[in-house]
Design a protein around this ligand. Structure first.
Ligand SMILES: *Cc1c(COP(=O)(O)O)cnc(C)c1O
Length: 374
């Protein structure tokens, strides 16, 4: 089955379906489940909502099928990433992560791991990971983010997987910007794939959720146990909303990528704009590498305006671009990343193309940019 079918059908049990059974069973909101009596066989069934939940299993089966390995969902992308960092590092097993990726992942390493004596090192996404992996002591875990947020730089998952394994490290890839339809890191040699499903996967800006899929079921089991102990569990309602969102991921990505391409092409021609990056453009510096490991493009691009003031004027003049952080939702939004402390030019804007009509969106953005020039 191809991606669209798997998105629509994912997580649902194959037929035959009992007459009268619901096509859409809805979220199972129970915190606790009937245990039976002491003489009843232990069926391995649900017993308590921090350990497992039938709605979680539906979403985990759908995402795991796309990622290509058993999936464990978490209450947010950061809950998933923190669980990976805590479970697969330790004294003598440090972490190597991107210097230009999602800033909260670096905060977890610096504020939570480093004080425990865990070695924390960084490398730029487009930098020399093989050299960084030669430094002693070798890390226990390498975390990549490709394409990176917000820089949209790309690194070579296959090559870094080989170099990481050569020094005995596990490789995890933050796949948030690509989504499981855009990139399958486990097929490229990664051990773990993590993502914030708050973004395009759930896709409507109304849910916080994250997940980890693992190539090795033993690693998946460790993450599940860590989730039950740590308690960073997703709500069944949020899980169900994400499952519902996943059904249209294929359709949404298609429109978002179409909009991003049209915007990138239009922005490059505008005198107020510099440094437009969208890996899908044939002459983008990351294009060839991205094409060698990505399956399709998405709606996230970046560009730079001359100043903070210019970004303010631009956002004020837009009707169809919300000034919000986060990305991957139905509505187009833009975020000036320096406001969050990212080491980027003050006028750098990450724009997440939504599902509006392309001509409406490009027209609105160009009109707003003309206001900046005036
Ligand atoms: C948003 C984001 C996260 C964090 O996810 P939350 O769901 O907000 O906790 C992690 N990595 C990347 C690349 C992100 O964009």
């Amino acid at each position: 089955m191809d991606d669209g079918t798997r998105c629509v059908r994912g997580g649902t049990a194959p037929g035959p379906h009992p007459v009268g059974s619901p096509v859409h069973p809805g979220p199972v909101l129970s915190a606790t489940f009937h245990l039976g009596l002491p003489h009843d066989a232990d069926s391995g069934a649900d017993f308590y909502g921090r350990a497992d939940n039938p709605t979680w299993r539906e979403l985990e089966s759908a995402i795991g099928d796309l990622d290509g390995g058993p999936c464990t969902i978490f209450a947010s992308g950061m809950a998933a990433i923190a669980a990976v960092m805590r479970s697969f590092t330790g004294p003598g097993r440090g972490v190597l992560l991107p210097s230009d990726g999602y800033y909260v992942s670096r905060l977890v390493a610096d504020e939570d791991l480093a004080p425990l004596g865990i070695d924390v090192r960084t490398c730029a996404t487009a930098g020399d990971w093989t050299a960084a992996l030669q430094h002693r002591p070798a890390p226990g875990l390498v975390l990549l983010e490709t394409p990176s947020n917000p820089g949209l730089e790309v690194c070579d998952i296959r090559a870094i997987a080989e170099a990481a394994h050569a020094v005995g490290a596990l490789l995890a890839v933050d796949n948030t910007t690509a989504t499981p339809l855009g990139q399958r890191p486990l097929e490229l040699g990664a051990d773990l794939v993590v993502a914030s499903d708050t973004k395009a996967l759930a896709g409507h800006g109304d849910v916080l959720l994250g997940h980890v899929s693992a190539a090795d079921p033993v690693h998946a089991e460790r993450l599940r146990a860590a989730r039950t102990r740590g308690g960073a569990v997703p709500g069944p309602m949020e899980t169900w909303l994400a499952l519902r969102g996943l059904g249209t991921l294929d359709l949404r990505l298609a429109r978002q990528a179409e909009n991003a391409r049209a915007l990138a092409v239009a922005l490059r021609e505008h005198p107020a704009v510099t440094d437009v990056r969208w890996p899908g453009l044939a002459d983008d510096p990351a294009h060839l590498l991205a094409r060698s490991q990505m399956r399709r493009w998405n709606g996230i691009l970046r560009f730079t305006l001359p100043s903070t003031h210019a970004v303010g004027e631009f956002l004020d003049a837009c009707e169809l671009v919300d000034s919000t952080t986060s990305f991957g939702s139905l509505r187009t939004c833009a975020d000036r990343r320096a406001r969050w402390g990212d080491a980027v030019p003050e006028g750098l804007v990450r724009l997440s193309a939504g599902c509006e009509d392309t001509a409406d969106l490009v027209g609105d953005v160009l009109r707003a940019l003309d206001a900046v020039v005036r």
